[in-house]
Design a protein around this ligand. Structure first.
Ligand SMILES: Cc1cc2nc3c(=O)[nH]c(=O)nc-3n(C[C@H](O)[C@H](O)[C@H](O)COP(=O)(O)O)c2cc1C
Length: 185
C-alpha cells in the first residue's frame, strides 16, 4: 500500500508538516510505503485553462506537479496539507488542486477504494475551516477518493508550536494507522 503526503506549506518542520510526518509515521507503522512531496520545492505553473485536457485526458504542462499526479495514480491514500492563509488554502495547494482539472475529464475510478485526508492549522483560535473544507471536498470527489475526517487545529501560529499539543500529534498518528488498517478489511 502506498500513502503519499503533499505539503502545501512552505515552512518545513512547520505545524502542518509535523502533523503530516505524524500521519505518515502512523501509516508506515502499519506497513505502508510512504512518500512525501513539498509543493514549495518547485515553482510550478497554475492551470492555464487551455481546455486541452478535455480532449486528451491529460495536462499539457509538464513539471513537478505532473510528477506528483503520476504518483497519485499509484497511491492508495493521499494526504493534503495546507496552513490557513487569509481564510483559505495556501497558493501552493491551490495551484496543485487547480492542476487536477485534467482528472475531471478522465474516466476515474469512482469506487472510492482510495482514501483522502486533509490537514490544516490556523493561528486564529476561532477559525472554522469551512471555506477550505469545501474546496478539499470537491477535490477528493473529483479524484473519486473517499475522504476521511479532516485534522483541523486552530490556535497554532509559530512554526513547530503544534509540538506543544501532543494530543494533535497522536490524533495524526492514529489517522495514519487507520488509513492502512481499515483498507485491509
Ligand atoms: C500569508 C499568511 C496568511 C495567514 N492567514 C491566516 C488567517 O487568515 N487566519 C489564521 O488563523 N492564520 C493565518 N496565518 C497563520 C498560519 O495559518 C499559521 O501560522 C499556521 O500555523 C501555519 O502553518 P505551517 O507552520 O504549517 O505553515 C497566516 C499566515 C501567513 C504566512
Amino acid at each position: 500500500m502506498l500513502v503519499i503526503g503533499i505539503s502545501g506549506s512552505p515552512r518545513k518542520n512547520g505545524n502542518t508538516d509535523l502533523l503530516l510526518d505524524a500521519v505518515l509515521e502512523g501509516s508506515a507503522s502499519n506497513g505502508a510505503e510512504v512518500k512525501k512531496f513539498y509543493l514549495s520545492d518547485s515553482v510550478c505553473s497554475g492551470c492555464l485553462g487551455c481546455g486541452r485536457c478535455a480532449d486528451t485526458g491529460s495536462c499539457n504542462i509538464d513539471d513537478y506537479i505532473s510528477e506528483i499526479y503520476d504518483c497519485i495514480g499509484r497511491a492508495d491514500a493521499v494526504i493534503l496539507t495546507s496552513p490557513i492563509y487569509f481564510e483559505s488554502i495556501s497558493s501552493w495547494m491551490k495551484t496543485f488542486i487547480d492542476r487536477g482539472q485534467f482528472l475531471w475529464s478522465n474516466n476515474l475510478d469512482q469506487s472510492h477504494s482510495k482514501k483522502g485526508l486533509f490537514i490544516s492549522v490556523a493561528a486564529r483560535l476561532n477559525t472554522d475551516f469551512v471555506c477550505v473544507e469545501k474546496t478539499i471536498r470537491i477535490f477528493f470527489k473529483t479524484l473519486g477518493f473517499h475522504q476521511e475526517k479532516s485534522l483541523l487545529f486552530p490556535g497554532f501560529e509559530e512554526p513547530g508550536s503544534i509540538l506543544d499539543a501532543p494530543f494533535a500529534l497522536e490524533e495524526a498518528r492514529e489517522a495514519g494507522r487507520k488509513l492502512v488498517v481499515e483498507r485491509s478489511h
